[in-house]
Design a protein around this ligand. Structure first.
Ligand SMILES: [Cu+2]
Length: 432
């Protein structure tokens, strides 16, 4: 990782302001329905490795709705390849999941309408699940924010962090992988460090999404910052102490009342073993503006729930493989030649995921959230709902899953080159 001083020597331009992502307008205002249009297309003016976008930009517009709303998204594919939209973390019906496994992708020139009720509040994101690494790294991703009508409503910031490709991903692909990723984080489509000048003393909700296909964020504690949300809305209890590690696909909501200047930074962290020695990477340099506004503490509805009991595993996923072979496995199998495990609707099972490979893997399941009951046998301090959990080298994760949503759900590593090289399987939840 290069230091700030080295960056200056390289002649990097002065930091620019943190961009605010546009929100997709509701096309047909109607109570309880948010109806938006997204067009996936090559960007007319590509920046860095971003060559694709939605509605002319990468990241695409933020889709904002409230829990209980129905989301309707008209996707028009103006790319020259098929694409889909996957709703990372949301419990959508299988036909809306955007996975080309028994459901055809959206062909070039076609329009497909995704429609589903939003039952979970929280910070989610959308991205293609077809030719996934190339399309996501090319810039096809955006945020889905589902507000909880019961939550307080401080100003709400969406930060989508990503490591862009250093070349045009539409160019010919090397045999392994899909081009070199930059080691410089971008947020909201602009290179870091970025500057932000919020009003002094005004509590902010910062929703951070790691859209990178391989990069890890590791945020050390900052004075006054609390993590209040995770993959699935509010945490059971706030976390005042970092570091907060976000693997590919992860989200975190933070509450912060900026008073003094501060720098949000990421410590070096590698999928090849976690924390690394080195200089932190500055992401956002914050300079609060104006008189410090007096503001009472915000009361969030943390439920302080205890975790469910750990238990013996009903289903085991063993992660293996290596960069040397370029092949990645779940239970010794590579997608699509996989054994499909079946669950009945309503089954409650414990799934154990063991990482026997030499790298980290963020384990992600479609169609359901799950509860973490232990990591290496240690239960979390509070109930912890997730859809993406990073497994360090040698770690064993146990999660409790209630099979409530029928479908053929992908379970996979969210390091996208690992998924493409086989680290995906299918968990089938049978219908009634
Ligand atoms: Cu992986």
């Amino acid at each position: 990782m290069r230091s700030l001083a080295a960056l200056c020597l390289l002649g990097v331009a002065a930091a620019q302001p943190l961009p605010t992502l546009p929100e997709a307008p509701d096309e047909a205002p109607e109570a309880g329905v948010v109806h938006v249009a997204l067009e996936a297309a090559a960007l007319p003016d590509p920046t860095h490795g971003y060559v694709y976008g939605f509605n002319g930009a990468s990241p695409g517009p933020t889709l904002r709705a409230r829990r209980g709303d129905t989301l309707v998204v008209e996707l028009t594919n103006r790319l020259d390849t098929p694409t889909t939209l996957h709703w990372h973390g949301l419990h959508v019906p299988f036909a809306m999941d955007g996975v080309p496994w028994m459901v055809d992708p959206v062909a070039p020139g076609e329009t497909f309408v995704y429609q589903f009720p939003l039952e979970q509040a929280g910070t989610y994101w959308y991205h293609p699940h077809f030719d996934t690494a190339r399309q996501v790294d090319g810039g096809l991703f955006g945020a889905v924010i589902v507000e909880d009508p019961a939550d307080p409503t401080p100003p709400d910031q969406v930060w989508i962090a990503d490591l862009p490709l250093e070349h045009d991903p539409s160019a010919a692909r090397p045999e392994h992988g899909h081009g070199r990723l930059s080691d410089a984080w971008w947020i909201n489509g602009a290179p870091t460090p970025l500057t932000w000048a919020p009003p002094a003393g005004v509590v902010q909700r910062i929703r951070l999404i790691n859209a990178s296909s391989t990069g890890y964020l590791a945020l050390p504690a900052l004075p006054g910052v609390r993590r209040i949300g995770g993959d699935q809305g509010l945490l059971a209890a706030p976390e005042a102490h970092g570091p907060w590690v976000l693997g590919p696909g992860d989200r975190a909501d933070f509450e912060w009342r900026p008073v003094d200047p501060a720098v949000w930074a990421s410590d070096p962290y590698s999928l090849n073993g976690g924390p690394r020695w080195g200089d932190p990477w500055p992401l956002v340099e914050v300079t609060p503006q104006g008189e410090i506004a007096p503001q009472p503490m915000i009361q969030w509805a943390f439920d302080e729930a205890a975790p469910s009991p750990d238990g013996p595993a009903d289903l085991l996923y063993v992660l293996s493989g290596s960069d040397r072979s370029g092949h990645w496995y779940i239970n010794g199998e590579r997608f699509p030649e996989v054994t499909i495990h079946e669950l009945a609707l309503g089954d409650q099972v414990v799934i154990e995921v063991r990482n026997l490979s030499p790298t980290h893997h963020p384990f992600h399941l479609h169609g359901h959230a799950f509860e973490v009951v232990s990591v290496d046998g240690v239960p979390p301090p509070h109930r912890r709902l997730e859809d993406t959990v990073d497994l360090g080298i040698g770690q064993t994760l146990r999660v409790r899953l209630n099979a409530t949503n029928p479908g053929d759900w992908m379970a996979h590593c969210h390091i996208l080159p690992h998924a493409e090289e086989g680290m995906m399987t299918v968990l089938r939840v049978l219908g009634e």
